[in-house]
Write a protein that binds this ligand. Structure first.
Ligand SMILES: NC(=O)c1ccc[n+]([C@@H]2O[C@H](COP(=O)([O-])OP(=O)(O)OC[C@H]3O[C@@H](n4cnc5c(N)ncnc54)[C@H](OP(=O)(O)O)[C@@H]3O)[C@@H](O)[C@H]2O)c1
Length: 294
């Protein structure tokens, strides 16, 4: 386990460094203005009393993010299209005391509004928003992409995500602040043969994150993204099924991602501990981009 604050080498090999003079809690010097507002939570990873809305939360990365937040005390609203899978996810997370579900399509504005309303009506707030739904209905060269398919990808992945943030902003965060996490992809950071149309949509999400972070920072809303490489979910099955050893060999850490890898990162980025992190896209790729092409 790694402990922040100070330089330390722990038994599991984790080494952390800090800039000079940043050890311990900062003392306020005489004459220095107080921070604009103290944050209500004292610990960086406690989600007690907080509500998160996680789209695409019935399985895979979305469910792992939801579990990671519930484990830290949050209550969650999950969305997806299939009600049966959502019901199973709610049970797996601990039942209706901690999780509720809203079935619908992420591309539907009424569904997005209902999901946001449900969070506020059921649990009393909407502190964290996770735009996790992403689709990829076209595999092939961008130059041959049917424009209807391209439009659909952009509509669900980009327009749907912006619509979701707008809805959460209107209904809660614009007044109360909050934290937003967008699930992008390494496909949005470089060329990716076969999934280029999807990559374009994920690149747009990376910039959407930057733009929204700057616009919304003064309203105490942070906006960050994660950009995973191949994570073992149904969505990515075609990329590793039957050749997992070969694909894993391309990752310096020697394995593919698992949904929990993304859940852990999400819990940090959405937490108060990341209070000075906004507009960032955190690459979660087992070192693959550092090494070269995946
Ligand atoms: N897995 C990877 O390697 C990888 C890498 C980088 C980025 N990502 C991104 O991670 C996100 C989650 O992917 P995943 O791998 O966790 O996929 P997954 O295991 O297939 O889960 C997708 C989730 O989204 C829901 N969903 C799909 N389309 C939807 C729609 N139009 N409206 C509402 N809900 C919808 C699914 O439920 P229903 O089917 O019931 O709707 C399910 O809950 C996506 O944005 C993806 O682009 C994945």
């Amino acid at each position: 386990m790694c402990y922040p604050g100070g330089r330390s080498a722990t038994h599991d090999g984790c080494v952390l460094t800090h800039p000079r003079g940043s050890v311990g809690s900062p003392r306020r010097r005489r004459g220095r203005p107080a921070p604009p507002e103290e944050h209500p939570l004292s610990t960086s990873d406690s989600y007690a009393g907080r509500t998160a809305l996680v789209t695409g939360g019935s399985r895979g990365i979305g469910l792992a993010i939801a579990r990671s937040l519930v484990d830290r005390g949050a209550r969650v609203v999950l969305t997806a299209r299939k009600p049966e899978a959502l019901a199973e996810a709610v049970e797996a997370l601990g039942g209706p005391e901690v999780a509720v579900a809203v079935a619908g399509n992420a591309g539907d504005p009424e569904h997005r509004a209902e999901a946001v309303r449900t969070a506020i009506d059921t649990f009393g707030s909407l502190d964290c928003l996770v735009g996790n739904v992403g689709i990829n209905p076209y595999y092939g060269p961008l130059i041959e992409a049917p424009l209807d398919a391209f439009r659909k990808i952009l509509d669900t992945n980009v327009v749907g995500t912006l619509g979701l943030v707008q809805e959460a902003h209107r209904a809660w965060m614009g007044q109360h602040g909050g934290s937003v996490l967008i699930v992008a992809s390494v496909a949005g950071l470089k060329s990716s043969a076969g999934i280029a149309a999807y990559g374009v949509s994920k690149a747009a999400l990376v910039n959407l994150t930057t733009q929204l972070a700057v616009e919304l920072g003064p309203q105490r809303i942070r906006v960050n993204a994660v950009a995973p490489a191949v994570v073992k979910t149904r969505f990515a099955e075609a990329l590793f099924t039957g050749r997992e050893d070969e694909v894993s060999g391309q990752y310096p850490v020697g394995r593919l991602g698992v949904p929990e890898d993304i859940g852990e990162a999400a819990a940090y980025l959405l937490s108060d501990g990341a209070g000075w992190v906004t507009g960032q896209t955190l690459v979660l790729d087992g070192g693959a981009l550092s090494q070269g092409p995946i």
